[in-house]
Ligand binder design. Structure first.
Ligand code: PLP
Length: 459
């Protein structure tokens, strides 16, 4: 075991935890105990991230966008840290309830909501009348009214300003999300005839980074303007709305690249407060970070199983791919990768420790039959050998959450670290999990060996 860093040298709550900051021996131990591939999520780091957000935005309501990581242990840690839950589906509301969120701490944002989701949420609202439903289309309001809902509503506005690390997550300008800015005031006033309109909301997209602060400021300023117009309308015939909050969304970026600067959260908070001001008395600012809460609290561990020199590139095959971590394939996302070593040369000898090996450009590729299934291309890593353990960093947000079973690949296991103790919080799926929904749909189905599986138990 390496000696722990003296406490005085590391700040108590740094603005980012890099992949190089993780204890290599600890990760190697977890890999040996739990098999590959493996997600590791550190709840202590989740708590630190919550604390930094609350310190930077002391007067704001902070809501965790649950979709970044819905694991029960994470939700409980976030709830205990004092954040609310912002849910995007019935399934997320169900998880948030199970983790102890309730009443006014529960928010549901309906984007083209399936009937089943609305039925479920309206049912929940009977027991939890302080839940808020955020709505981005007048049709959705009608559908809520048809179900007898007359509770708390927040109107989602499309501010016409987008930000984000990739086109696919820039929501602020996409017509899919929210009521167009020019029609939002009227829609909110009309909604107040049927519902308790408590807030307005906009989410610009994901990835507010140091160089995108201007579009964030612009969105926030527009929302401040709309809040003032709703609270004291220019038109003397319009009724003022008694709003509780203006929610300016999430999208707080984290530095994926090793040398990218961390977001200056206090500066973003200051810019947000300035841009939204002056807020009418009684109206609070609200934010909805997802990624920022969980991203740097997670790593994905994967083992090198193949090293193949080719004329063009050195291909390092690993046992985790796009089904475990979709972001590189889907968004061309960069994730830092650290070689933790532990492998052997082909002749059986021990290679040098990773930090003594030559940095060599390699393409790290997963086991899926897709060209896009690579975690990085031609990136300089401490030259991997078969059996090495790689840690893929900043994998705690939209990592396990987007994992899927394409190529009939069972989803990985996840371990949570809590005050130094490790516990499996999501078991590794087995091959039998892949066919459970089929066997349960047709329980008499006979397999090719002539056996009939009526138990649904599979292997
Ligand atoms: C996804 C989402 C968020 C969180 O985005 P992050 O980039 O993870 O901070 C917040 N609000 C809404 C409505 C979202 O859909």
């Amino acid at each position: 075991m390496s000696d722990p860093e003296p406490a005085a040298e590391s700040p108590p709550n740094p603005s980012v935890r890099r992949v190089s900051d993780w204890d290599a021996d600890r990760l190697a131990g977890l890999a040996a105990d739990h098999g590959m591939p493996l997600y590791v999520q550190d709840l202590d780091r989740v708590r630190e991230n919550c604390e930094r957000l609350r310190d930077a935005f002391p007067d704001a309501e902070v809501r965790y966008a649950v979709k970044a990581h819905t694991g029960r242990a994470v939700l409980e840690a976030v709830r205990e840290a004092g954040l609310d839950a912002e849910c995007a589906s019935a399934g997320e509301v169900d998880r948030a309830l199970a983790a102890g969120f309730g009443g006014s701490r529960l928010h549901y944002t309906a984007v083209n909501p399936p009937a089943r989701d609305l039925d479920y949420v309206v049912g929940v609202a009977e027991a939890e009348p302080d839940i808020t439903v955020t709505v981005g289309a007048v049709d959705t309001l009608d559908r809520l009214a048809e179900r007898g809902y007359d509770g708390r509503v927040c109107v989602r506005v499309n501010p016409g300003v987008g930000a984000g690390h990739h086109e696919k997550v820039r929501t602020g300008g996409a017509a899919k999300f929210g009521i167009p800015f020019d029609r939002a005031a009227e829609a909110a006033r009309d909604a107040a005839d049927r519902f308790d309109v408590v807030g307005i909301h906009a989410h610009a997209g994901s990835g507010i980074d140091p160089d995108q602060l201007d579009s964030h400021r612009e969105l926030v300023a527009r929302m401040g303007e709309l809040t003032r117009e709703l609270a004291s309308p220019d038109d003397a015939d319009a009724d003022p709305l008694d709003l509780e909050y203006v929610d300016v969304g999430g999208g707080f970026g984290v530095p994926y690249e090793e040398d990218a600067p961390a977001l200056d959260l206090p500066a973003v908070a200051e810019a947000t407060r300035e841009a939204v001001a002056p807020l009418p008395a009684g109206v609070d600012l609200a934010i909805e970070p997802g990624r920022y809460v969980v991203a740097d609290a997670g790593v994905l561990l994967t083992r090198v199983n193949t090293v193949k020199p080719t004329p063009d590139e050195r291909v390092v095959g690993v046992d985790a791919g796009m089904t475990d971590l979709l972001r590189p394939a889907m968004y061309d996302a960069y994730h830092p990768i650290r070689n933790l070593g532990g492998g052997r040369e082909r002749d059986g000898s021990d290679p040098p420790a990773p930090d003594e090996r030559e940095a060599t450009p390699v393409t790290v590729a997963g086991p899926i039959c897709e060209t896009g299934d690579v975690l990085c291309r031609n990136r300089a890593l401490a030259d991997p050998v078969r059996g090495d353990l790689l840690a893929v960093g900043i994998a705690g947000a939209y990592g396990y959450e987007m994992a899927n079973q394409y190529n009939s690949r069972p989803r990985p296991a996840e371990v949570a670290l809590d005050d130094g103790t490790a516990a499996v919080v999501r078991r590794r799926e087995a091959l039998g999990d892949l066919t459970a929904v089929e066997r349960e749909a047709t329980p008499d189905r006979t397999d090719r060996t002539g056996r009939t599986d009526r138990t649904g138990a599979g292997r």
